[in-house]
Each structure stands twice: as C-alpha cells, then as structure tokens.
Design a protein around this ligand. Structure first.
Ligand SMILES: O=C[C@H](O)[C@H](O)[C@H](O)COP(=O)(O)O
Length: 223
C-alpha cells in the first residue's frame, strides 16, 4: 500500500467512526470511498446504505452491506464520499470517476455530507482541477459550444457513458473567482444534467496527510 493509499484509508476509517446503528448511509464512489465501504462492512453495524454508482453498490453488496434503491429514498443520515480537490472552506470538485450527478443527489439528501481525502486533494484554488460536466448525449454539440466561454478548453471523454447513460465533458482552465456564477451558468444550459462543483453540500472533511488526520467542519451551513 502506498502512503497515499494509507492516508485514504485513515481518512475513511475516521469518517466511518461517525456511523451508528440504524443509520441510512450514502456510499460515495472512487478509490477513497471504497476504503469507507470496506471499513463500514468491517464494523458490522445494523445499517442500510444507498450507493452513488453501480460500482459502489456492487462492492458494498459483495462485502455484505444492505444497499437500498435510492429511488425509494428521500433522506439519508450521513453520506461519505471522496473528492478530486477540496479547499479550506469545504468547496470541492468531484466527478473524475463520472459519478458526480448521483453523488450530488445523495449529498443533498444527506443530513451530513463528509468528504474523505488524502492530502493531495487539498487545493488553494479549485480552478486548477478539471471540472467534469454531465451532458445529455442528444445535446452534445450544442452544450459543448455553450461551454466554450467558461473554459480554456473542453474535452469529451471518449467512448464513455455515466451510469445514467450520459456523456461527460471535462472543462480545463476555469475561473474559480466566482464558482457560484459558473455553477449557475452551467445548470442554465439545457442539456447539462450535472457538474462536479460542490459548493454548499459538504458539511465536514477528514483529510489525512502522512498518517495525520485533520477534521474540517463547515462553520455555517448555508443550505
Ligand atoms: O466521480 C467520482 C467521484 O467524484 C470521486 O469521489 C472522486 O473522483 C474521488 O475519487 P478518488 O477517491 O478515487 O480520488
């Protein structure tokens, strides 16, 4: 296990310690979230889960966790998920694994949303990280054209579909001075179904650097 993987596991273990019997837990997607899923399974709590991707659902079930269909769920107690970049005020970019739309739904449904990460994910500025945008395939060309003013360049992921059957375009070189404006502008383009900017959803983060876990809490939750 690399140091980075060890830190992912430490952050995941710390977050999973918040989980209690009878909770409904949102399972994130990606390599860090996978450590949380494994840690949850190891604890053998009396919990149920919902998953933000088919991959996480399959992993959780293979480890013996109960995974409910989120379509039948209105709220979640705690969601635990990774991030591609997270800043000091708990704003994040997610979606390198293409799961950002379901992740945002589950994060918003959760009373408490916890990000887990190794220290490489700390970011002074979010704009240095590519921003994934999920797009209705029908609107592909139209949306890419409308995205152009907001990014230095955009790249469509080749031969790729999300669990929702959509395509993903990664936007590089974006102005992170007013991310709320970018988030609103993206969602105002018909055919954009989601994006990886998480500006208000995250309540806490456990970030592990070289074996030391730091917990960050949102001081004032504007939701
Ligand atoms: O779509 C993927 C998710 O947003 C992941 O949570 C994110 O990309 C972090 O993944 P990892 O823990 O593998 O770096």
């Amino acid at each position: 296990m690399t140091d980075r993987d060890a830190d992912k596991r430490l952050a995941a273990d710390a977050a999973v310690r918040e989980i209690r019997d009878d909770m409904l837990v949102g399972l994130g997607t990606g390599s860090t979230a996978a450590y949380a899923i494994a840690a949850l399974a190891e604890r053998r709590l009396r919990i149920e889960t919902v998953a933000t991707s088919e991959a996480s659902a399959a992993l959780a079930r293979s480890l013996g966790l109960i995974v409910r269909d989120f379509a039948d769920v209105a709220r979640v107690d705690v969601a635990i998920d990774g991030a591609d970049a997270i800043d000091g005020v708990l704003r994040a970019v997610k979606g390198a694994g293409g799961a950002m739309l379901r992740e945002k739904v589950v994060a918003t449904a959760a009373d408490r949303m916890i990000v887990i990460a190794d220290g490489s994910k700390r970011a002074e500025r979010l704009g240095a990280t590519k921003l994934p945008i999920e797009i209705l395939p029908f609107a592909r060309r139209f949306v890419i054209d409308r995205l152009a003013p907001w990014f230095v360049h955009c790249e469509e992921r080749p031969d790729y579909r999300t669990d929702n059957g959509h395509i993903v375009v990664d936007g590089y070189g974006w102005d992170d001075g007013a991310p709320e404006a970018l988030a609103s502008a993206l969602m105002a383009i018909p055919g954009v179904v989601g994006h990886g900017l998480f500006l208000t959803e995250i309540d806490a983060a456990y970030i592990a650097d070289n074996g030391i876990v730091t917990r960050l809490e949102r001081e004032r939750n504007p939701r």
